[in-house]
Write a protein that binds this ligand. Sequence first.
Ligand code: NDP
Ligand code: 2IT
Length: 437
Amino acid sequence: MGIVNARNPGETEFHQAVKEVAESVSPVMEKRPQLARARILERMIEPERTVMFRVPWVDDKGEVQVNRGFRVEFNSAIGPYKGGLRFHPSVYLGIIKFLGFEQVFKNALTTMPIGGGKGGSDFNPKGKSDVEVMQFCQSFMNELFRHIGPDTDVPAGDIGVGAREIGYLFGQYKKLTNTFTGVLTGKGLEYGGSLVRTQATGYGLVYYVTRMLDDRGKDWNGLRVVVSGSGNVAIYATQKAQQLGAKVIALSDSNGYIVDEKGINLETVRRIKEVERGRICQYVDAHPHAEFRERWQDIWTVPCDVALPSATQNEIDEASAKVLVNNGVIAVGEGANMPSTPEAINVLQDAGVSFAPAKAANAGGVATSALEMCQNSMRLNWTFEEVDTRLKRIMSSIYDQCIAAAQEYGMGGNLVAGANIAGFLKVAEAMIAQGVV
Ligand code: NDP
Ligand code: 2IT
C-alpha cells in the first residue's frame, strides 16, 4: 500500500478500493506463489491506459465553458474495456480509477467476456438545458471516439449519465465514425438498447439480496427497507423490492431524504425524477403525510430491516453502521459503488449483518450491458422475460461464486472476501495465460 499511495498521490478513493482487494486476496497469494512471481497484483493496479482531455463547449448564454474528461482503460484480460461514464462535479482521476479498478473484478464475476474501464467528467448536468447537455456530450465524444469501439472499449451510464446523455454521445460517435455499432450500452430501445437495462442494476441488487436473505431463512415480505439515492439504481431497487412484498420507507438525494411510513409511492418519485428532473423534497407536496428531512447522511437513522445504499461512495460511515445495527438491520446490499467505508463494513460484519458488496451486488447493470452487446452483435433483440431470466441467473451465479470462494479460502460467509477472490482469480488466470503484456 505504501507504493500504491506514493505512486498515486491524493487518490484516496483509489487507495481505499485497492486496499480492500489486496487484503482479501492475501491468502490466495500465499497459497499460489506463482501469482506473486508474475506480479499480478502490481500489474492489476496499473491501468493499461489513461486518457485525460479538455472538453470545451458553449453554454446557452454564449459563454465558453471548459471541463475535464477521463477514460481509464483498466484491464482487458477477459474482454473489451467495459464500464460507465460519470458526470458529476466531484469527479477527478482518483474517483475514475477507483471505479475502473472495481469494475475489473465486478465484470469478471458477471461470467460475461468484459474487461474493466471507467470514465467521466467534472461536468455538472444539474440545472443545464438539454441543449447544453448535448453540446457537452458532443464535445466529450469529439475526443473519446478515437479511444473506444465495440471490440475495444464500450462505455455506458453512471451518476449523471442516463438515456438522454447516452443518446447524444451515440449520435456524435455515429457521425464521427460513420458506423452504427454497439459502442455504448444503455441505448434507447429504438436504436439498439436492451430491454431490462434500465431496471437491471436495481433489480439485480434485489435478486442478489434475495439469495442472501434466503440463507437466513427470510424473504422480502413485510420487511422495512431504506434505499438511499433516488436515481436509476434506487428507483428500480425500490420497484423490485416492492414487487416482492417489502415496504420501502425512505429515499434521498443530495439535498436530504424523505420518509413515508405508508410506503414510498414510486409513481410520484418517477414523475419527479425521471420526467421533471426535480428534487426528492417535492415528494411531500403530493404526499403531505410524508416527511422531508435535510442532511442526506442521516437517512440511516430511519429504522429498517434492509438497507440498500444506492447513491454514492462512502455514504455509510462507522457511526451510521452502528446506528443501523442498533436499530436491528439484518442485511445491507450495496447498490452504489463503494458506499460503505471499511470501518462501516467491519461494524456490520462483526454484528452478523448479511453484507452484499457492490462488486457483486450491483453487477446486474453491467451484466445486462454485456447482454445488450450480445444482442447488438447478433442484430437481434430478446424479450423482457428472456433478459430478466438471464439477469436472475447471472446474479445467482455471482452469489454462488462469492460463497464458494470465501469458503475455499477459510472466510466462509464473508461475501466481501468471496467477491474479491473470485473476481481476482478469473482475471489473474487470464493475465497469466496471455503472458507479460
Ligand atoms: P443517478 O445519477 O441516476 O442517481 C444518483 C443518485 O444519488 C441521485 O439521487 C443523487 O442525488 C444521489 N447522489 C449522487 N451523488 C451524490 C453525492 N455526492 N451526495 C449525495 N447524493 C448523491 O445515478 P445511478 O443511480 O446510476 O448511480 C447510483 C450509484 O450506483 C453510483 O454509485 C453508481 O456508480 C452506482 N452504479 C450504477 C449503475 C448503473 O447501471 N447506473 C451500475 C452499478 C452501480 P442528486 O440528484 O441530488 O445528485
Ligand atoms: O458501475 C457500473 O457497473 C455501471 N455504472 C454500469 C456499467 C456498464 O457498463 O453498464
